[in-house]
Design a protein around this ligand. Structure first.
Ligand SMILES: C[S@@+](CC[C@H](N)C(=O)[O-])C[C@H]1O[C@@H](n2cnc3c(N)ncnc32)[C@H](O)[C@@H]1O
Length: 324
């Protein structure tokens, strides 16, 4: 694995500090959700994927199991570099990798993830399970990953962006990100991208309000991380977790809500932040899509939709796009 290196670790730490200072100084407080994924956050997210309420994992597994042959036939039997953005534990990706290897595809696989522990664990487990697979993991942000991607040779590529990671961007951010991604690859390269589709509100809300409280721990981990990494003094029991459907934006929005008037000091930022009772910190949005929106997103970014692959319940789509 290409690890971040000491300089990069300090740089990531500095960016975290700058983003926390900026986010908690705004009139509507927020912290970018990418900071939930340190080692503890990645571990908690793996637990979320096993929860009965978190239907996204089973749906996407079902999509990939049902359509792996057609995906493999479509991208053709050539050498292919697979680059995955936000790979996480790669549990679903392995369905595709296993099938492609069985079909004698000559594969390079590059998982890119902001979580160094996620990339290290995934690379280790793939080395064990598929010794013939050539792996080069990158522990970095999506945008630095795209810079690296744009410097690669002209070998054919399949980019994976699974798990509805795209849903964590606001619509303008998603449009800009997909355009940037398109510019980083070549005509004829493929993108397989996961979309969580709009469905009944209870099903969507339950996925973010599980009965075991794991999602709450996952979201709250961002305050623990500020305490651990930046010398913050957040008292976790002074914030409540809230996750609700926003009908206007078509997204589940997750917040940590202050239960009292309080001031919280963060040593490394030399700053105290004031919270009023009921004031929220926005942590994550999870946008949901219609299949027509996916088509518009593809075309706006410079892709053509090759095919949409759905799970048995039509809850989720993995959409295969080609760069044109
Ligand atoms: C919702 S999880 C999904 C993981 C995996 N794609 C799946 O479907 O199981 C999002 C993953 O993207 C990574 N991630 C989030 N924001 C990122 C960013 N800005 N740059 C790189 N990786 C990011 C997280 O560390 C996490 O592993």
């Amino acid at each position: 694995m290409m690890s971040p290196g000491q300089d990069n670790v300090s740089k990531m730490q500095e960016e975290f500090a700058v983003d926390v200072l900026k986010g908690l100084s705004q009139p509507v407080k927020s912290i970018p959700c990418k900071y939930m994924y340190d080692e503890q956050g990645s571990e908690l997210f793996s637990q979320i994927m096993d929860l009965p309420e978190y239907y996204l994992t089973d749906c996407e597994k079902n999509c990939l199991e049902s359509h792996k042959e057609i995906i493999s036939d479509t991208i053709g039997p050539s050498n292919i570099n697979i680059v995955e953005l936000g790979a996480g534990d790669g549990m679903k990706t392995k369905i595709l990798l296993k099938h492609l290897l069985e079909c004698d595809h000559d594969l390079h696989y590059c998982p890119i993830d902001i979580s160094g522990s996620a990339v290290a664990n995934l690379s280790r487990s793939l080395n064990r399970e598929y010794p013939d697979l050539r792996i080069k993991g990158l522990a970095t942000d999506y945008f630095q990953g795209l810079t690296w991607l744009s410097q690669q040779n002209h070998a054919k590529k399949l980019i994976l962006f699974l798990g509805s990671n795209i849903g964590n961007f606001s619509p303008p951010e998603a449009r800009d990100f997909l355009r940037h991604l398109r510019k980083s690859i070549n005509v004829g390269d493929y993108l397989l991208i996961g979309f969580d589709l709009k469905k009944d509100i209870n099903t969507m809300q339950s996925a973010y309000n599980d009965s075991q409280g794991i999602t709450e721990q996952f979201i709250t981990n961002i305050l623990e991380r500020i305490n651990r990494d930046l010398g913050g003094e957040f008292e976790l029991n002074c914030f409540n977790y809230s996750s609700k459907w926003d009908n206007f934006d078509n997204a589940i929005k997750s917040y940590l809500i202050s239960i009292c008037n309080q001031q919280v000091y963060v040593r490394d930022l030399l700053t105290s932040f004031t919270f009023k009772t009921g004031e929220g910190i926005h942590i994550e949005s999870s946008y949901k899509f219609t299949i027509d929106q996916c088509l518009v997103m593809a075309e706006t970014a410079g892709f053509e939709v090759v095919e949409n692959y759905f799970d048995d319940r039509n809850y989720f789509a993995d959409s295969l796009w080609i760069a044109n």
